[in-house]
Design a protein around this ligand. Structure first.
Ligand SMILES: [Zn+2]
Length: 422
């Protein structure tokens, strides 16, 4: 028996037990990605979960469920509506905190106080630092035992999609457009969709279930460039260097010092962009600095790149024997650049969230998502909430009711797309 009062809607109440059971089971499977791996997926263990998902989809009657090039792919036939819609979540977890041997703990009817951990007495999860916890009073909050991450990022998304698919399979009368399901590996190491054949995939619109607070929809991300600045000096014997030697280390030092400090990740927030020197390597004869550049406005990003390049050239200009080479390459683009031309994609998500009984929160992501890559490749894909919080840390948590709301939102989304004529 569930307690109706704790759920946002009757539908969420109905979905709650299934999403909870799935989530608890999925997080116990170690799917941690590895940044240093050369393989795809970066760790074979991610496929342990992927294989289970294929089996479960087949058991639900989703006949074409399969594992292909590391991706779980499946489709549901549409009853109405002609726009094929894709739902994405990622099976891998972050390498930022231990990810194996996760022991999920459900705090039933959370009382709103600080959460402590027997296995890690120093750790405290407090509503003071994690204010969204306050809204969970009376609900069922899931944490790890405090020695690992939980893996709500993104098993909350996986569980929500699986729960919604199960519901659709059990309710063939529920209208839906053609649906494509995709569970990706390696989102956390930036390779989530690098091997996905989008043409064969066949969707026209997508949503990643990889967001945080209940009700949130994110359709704006950074636009991102990568920059490599290589200073070349001139080596001479230090004993006879006067007026001859150009020390690349000194050029690099001046350059980094000249980067505007009020345009750094550590001094910016909201819609402000930044330039971030990420690594430096070399000797007095040659130095390579790698930087990342970020802006929500792609034109501003281009302008920022121009300014940083000019700065590097200025630094080296007084030294005839020194030189600098600057290359800028595109990493990803603000999905808004593409979503602007199809406003209904975010609008329908907005309406689905309202239909689920929640207040939509339009947000921006100071980063990229699989959705930014998908959008850039031609499949417009904003990001929807799953309820995950304090991700990539030992304090990661999610509530059963938020995940149920996420699954309910998917079902409303599907219904609304089925009413959409092309
Ligand atoms: Zn994620």
């Amino acid at each position: 028996m569930t307690d109706h009062a704790r759920y946002t809607s009757e539908l969420a109440d109905e979905l709650g037990p299934d999403v909870r059971e799935r989530f608890i089971r999925y997080v116990k499977i170690d799917t941690q990605a590895d940044e240093d791996s050369e393989t795809f997926p970066s760790t074979a263990k991610q496929l342990d979960l992927s294989r289970i998902l294929v089996d479960e989809l087949l058991a639900m009657g989703v006949a074409d469920a399969r594992l292909e090039d590391g991706y779980v792919l499946a489709s549901l036939e549409g009853t109405s509506g002609s726009t094929p819609v894709a739902l994405f979540a990622h099976v891998d977890t972050s390498p930022d905190a231990p990810g194996g041997g996760v022991k999920p703990r459900v705090i039933e009817k959370y009382d709103g106080s600080d959460i402590t951990y027997d296995a890690n007495p120093e750790l405290i999860l407090s509503p003071k630092e994690s204010p969204d916890l306050r809204a969970q009073k009376g609900r069922d909050v899931i944490t790890s035992d405090g020695t690992t991450l939980l893996g709500a990022d993104d098993k909350a998304g996986v569980a929500a999609i699986m729960t919604a698919v199960k519901y659709l399979q059990e309710h063939p009368e529920a209208p839906r457009p053609p649906l494509n399901i995709c569970f990706t590996p390696d989102e956390e190491v930036g390779q989530g969709i690098s091997h996905l054949d989008l043409d064969a995939f066949g969707a026209e619109v997508g949503y990643t279930l990889d967001g945080s607070t209940a009700g949130s929809i994110e359709d704006e991300t950074f636009s991102a460039d990568h920059m490599v600045v290589s200073f070349q000096g001139r080596q001479t014997h230090p004993g006879a260097a006067k007026d001859k030697m150009v020390n690349a280390l000194r050029l690099a030092g001046r350059f980094i010092d000249a980067l505007p400090y009020d345009e750094a990740p550590e001094t910016t927030s909201g819609r402000e962009g930044f330039v971030h020197p990420a690594s430096i390597e070399g000797t007095s004869s040659g130095i390579t600095i790698k930087l990342i550049l970020r802006d929500f406005d792609t034109d501003l990003l281009t302008e920022r790149g121009r300014r940083v390049r000019a700065l590097a050239e200025e630094i080296v200009a007084p030294f005839a024997a020194g030189s600098v080479e600057v290359t800028i390459s595109q990493q990803y683009r603000n999905m808004k650049d593409h979503l602007r031309v199809r406003p209904e994609i975010a609008d329908i998500a907005h309406r689905a969230i309202e239909a689920a009984g929640l207040t939509p929160i339009r947000g921006i992501i100071r980063g990229g998502t699989d959705g930014s890559m998908l959008t850039a490749k031609g499949l417009p894909t904003p990001n929807l909430f799953t309820g995950m919080h304090d991700i990539h840390s030992l304090k990661e948590w999610v509530s059963v009711q938020d995940m149920a709301d996420s699954a309910a939102t998917i079902l409303h989304l599907v219904r609304l797309w089925s009413e959409e004529a092309r």
